[in-house]
Design a protein around this ligand. Structure first.
Ligand SMILES: [Zn+2]
Length: 234
């Protein structure tokens, strides 16, 4: 076998090793995504509870403002009643005070109801917060395991990439480019062994004379159908 072809096969081995580690890393992604999704759902519920709580607090404050205004107005009516002289005017004012008392009582009832609602939402928000914390705590050991596998994979990946860079140094740059171009195509690898006289990737038959050349190592031949480099192992 040509030495060029040998080094190129070495490069392919390095690339296989890198791909295998990439796959290991990729295999962790669905599980991580699922864990993230679980937390995200609970955090969404928490955010909704917080939004409801702030809306309820807003309503409560609005009602308090209203009630305070009604009280001041009611107090003014009472003071006015003390110096009103005419009986007709006084009775009109008293009717007004009675009416306002009813309105005030209604608003106060509404305020109590709103405060109770706010309290219920607050409880829900606290529960939602608890659920987020519990979920995160439950996930922590598995996440730590995954992180340590990822760290270990990344360390191996770095080594494998350094090894590949070293192998690539010993390869003719034009051949390296060719190899790179083939890898951007459809075939998962750039080099395939001849298989019963056919390309090991697409199984297109290789003409006899080309097969002989490949066997003798006279040329670095590519498959005319799919473009991969074909070789015969020794
Ligand atoms: Zn082919």
């Amino acid at each position: 076998m040509q030495s060029d072809l040998k080094s190129l096969l070495g490069l392919q081995e390095d690339d296989r090793a890198i791909m295998a580690i990439d796959e290991e890393l990729g295999a962790l992604k669905p599980e991580l995504a699922k864990l993230d999704e679980l937390v995200a759902q609970l955090e969404e519920a928490l955010a909704r509870a917080h939004a409801e709580l702030s809306a309820a607090d807003g309503r409560g404050e609005e009602l308090e403002g209203k009630i305070e205004t009604y009280r001041v107005m009611q107090e003014r009516r009472r003071q006015k009643l003390e110096w009103v002289r005419g009986a007709k005017e006084a009775s009109a004012l008293m009717a007004e005070i009675d009416l306002a008392r009813g309105v005030l009582a209604q608003e106060e009832t509404e305020w109590i109801r709103s405060a109770e609602e706010a309290q219920a939402i607050k409880t829900r928000a606290a529960e939602a917060e608890e659920r987020v914390a519990t979920e995160k705590a439950e996930q922590a050991p598995r996440r730590a395991e995954i992180a340590s596998v990822q760290d270990e994979c990344r360390a191996r990946l770095k080594e494998a990439q350094a090894k590949r860079a070293e192998t690539a140094k010993g390869i003719n740059p034009n051949l390296l480019k060719k190899y790179g171009r083939i890898l951007t195509g459809r075939a998962p690898y750039a080099m395939y062994e001849l298989h019963d006289g056919a390309c090991g990737h697409c199984f297109t038959a290789v003409p006899m004379h080309l097969r002989q050349q490949i066997q003798r190592g006279d040329t670095i031949a590519t498959c005319e159908a799919c473009g991969v480099i074909m070789y015969v192992s020794e």
